[in-house]
Write a protein that binds this ligand. Structure first.
Ligand code: MN3
Ligand code: FE
Length: 460
């Protein structure tokens, strides 16, 4: 809390800048969905769609779009959705589906009626709806579907929509705030209201002092060095590959956290800042940990950066520093949401958590590299506190700024797409990945993590 005098000073001196956000106005539905006429119209549109011919040219599978529970708007009670036979950009069949189609369809996508309508009317990305959990893949491969997401999107775009997208753009103005640098303290939290030990950040800080004090320098890599000598070249490559992603990732989060800490400090949020001191120190130790591991275990220093591919670079070389460093000039609630969304939700909560879980599982199952295993266990514990703080921060910001939820949602959607592409990119060089690592497992785990977080935020 800030002293009220001080709040006035800050409010009056906030530097404001107008920015435009626009959303599309919707026109109410007039015609009816899921009628014979609608199905016929869809089939025609799909057959004529040049976009689908191109985007769907590699898709050869039958699809059941299942409505669960079935909509009363479907022509017959026994109908459960729509069956489409799609072959290389062409639609061979599009009709109502019943229970028997569940056996013959190669892919089943399941959602409730309102989700299907959202997909049809708002032309949302189906891959994203799967990530959010509102659309479920009941049958078929997630890997194939994420590879074919453009085809899926183009397919649903051809479905007739009775909600016209108006071209009028509705402008929402947003204020960009620069929190001024304080040149003096008017009062102190500790001597004024007292430190709030019951607050969530202070509780996280207590945990950080208990569990976050492990020392990377005291982890022994002796057995790791022995194990390393026995590994095949392919096995060595995947370990070097994953290590190169984690090493740079930990360095990036160490380098880029500071602007967020500074913003929180300028707002006078003492308890949060206290927790953030442990956050940065832990990231610094994670960076140290991986550097020690590669130095002590790998016999020669490999070319790590060959494993940093375009989507990895996009997220870690550009997006993360951009979203965090923006806070130096724009510390508006939306800028803070974007920073935390990129940092805590995507980089930590989706990619790092999935990566560490897979890495640890792989090492444990193969009884390999105990020093590395040990560090990853400790590092995962630290990460769970970081992510918990991120969720707390995002919730606090969204509670006070409900107008930010739509642009924040859009930001997450875009980044989640990049995060999925990072996973595809990791697996690309391997025909068979050593140690039985599987892309399907990675994607599923990443989606599960993201969904759990999103549910806690309640924004979707
Ligand atoms: Mn870390
Ligand atoms: Fe972290």
């Amino acid at each position: 809390m800030l002293h009220s005098n001080e709040l006035n000073i800050i409010n009056s001196s906030i530097i404001s800048l107008k920015v435009m956000w626009f959303t599309k106005k919707k026109v109410a539905r007039s015609k009816k969905y899921f009628t014979d006429e609608w199905v016929g119209e869809w089939k025609r549109a799909l057959e004529e769609s040049e976009l689908y011919k191109v985007k769907g040219k590699e898709w050869n599978a039958s699809v059941l779009l299942r409505m669960d529970p079935p909509s009363p708007a479907l022509k017959k009670e026994s109908y459960i959705g729509f069956y489409l036979d799609l072959q290389y950009g062409e639609c061979h069949e599009l009709r109502y589906a019943d229970e028997t189609d569940r056996d013959i369809a190669d892919v089943i996508l399941k959602a409730d009626e309102s989700t299907w309508l959202t997909l049809i009317e708002q032309k949302k990305d189906p891959a994203m709806m799967i990530m959010k959990g509102s659309l479920k893949l009941e049958k078929g491969s997630l890997v194939m579907l994420t590879n074919q997401k453009q085809a899926a999107k183009a397919l649903l775009q051809t479905a007739p929509s009775y909600e016209k997208e108006s071209l009028d753009e509705e402008y929402i103005s947003e204020t960009i705030d620069k929190i001024p640098v304080r040149r003096k303290h008017i009062s102190f939290n500790t001597t004024n209201r007292g430190l709030d030990f019951e607050s969530f950040p202070m509780k996280l800080f207590q945990k950080a002092k208990q569990f976050g004090v492990w020392d990377p320098a005291s982890i022994s890599f002796e057995k790791d060095r022995e194990d390393w000598k026995k590994l095949s070249d392919d096995e060595k490559t995947i370990i070097i590959h994953l290590s190169s992603l984690f090493m740079a990732g930990e360095e990036a989060v160490t380098l880029d956290l500071l602007p967020l800490i500074q913003t929180i400090s300028k707002e006078g949020r003492l308890e949060e800042e206290i927790f953030l001191t442990s956050f940065l120190w832990e990231e610094a130790k994670h960076t140290e940990f991986f550097s020690r591991f590669v130095k002590e275990v790998f016999v020669e220093r490999p070319d790590f950066e060959q494993f940093h591919k375009p989507f990895y670079k996009k997220l870690f070389y550009r997006q993360l520093p951009e979203d965090l460093n923006r806070l130096y000039t724009d510390s508006s609630p939306l800028a803070q949401l974007k920073a935390s969304g990129t940092y805590n939700m995507i980089v930590e909560g989706t990619l790092a958590e999935t990566g560490y879980e897979a890495y640890h599982k792989m090492l444990k199952e193969n009884n390999l590299l105990p020093g590395l295993q040990d560090g990853i266990i400790k590092l995962k514990q630290d990460e769970s506190r970081h992510i918990a703080y991120g969720l707390y921060l995002i919730n606090r910001l969204l509670n006070d700024n409900s107008d930010c939820s739509a642009p924040f949602e859009k930001h997450l959607e875009e980044l989640l797409d990049d995060a999925t592409n990072v996973i595809h990119e990791i697996f690309e060089p391997y025909d068979v990945v050593p140690f039985g690592l599987e892309k399907e497992w990675f994607l599923n785990y990443a989606i599960k993590q993201f969904q759990q977080r999103i549910n806690k935020l309640g924004i979707y």
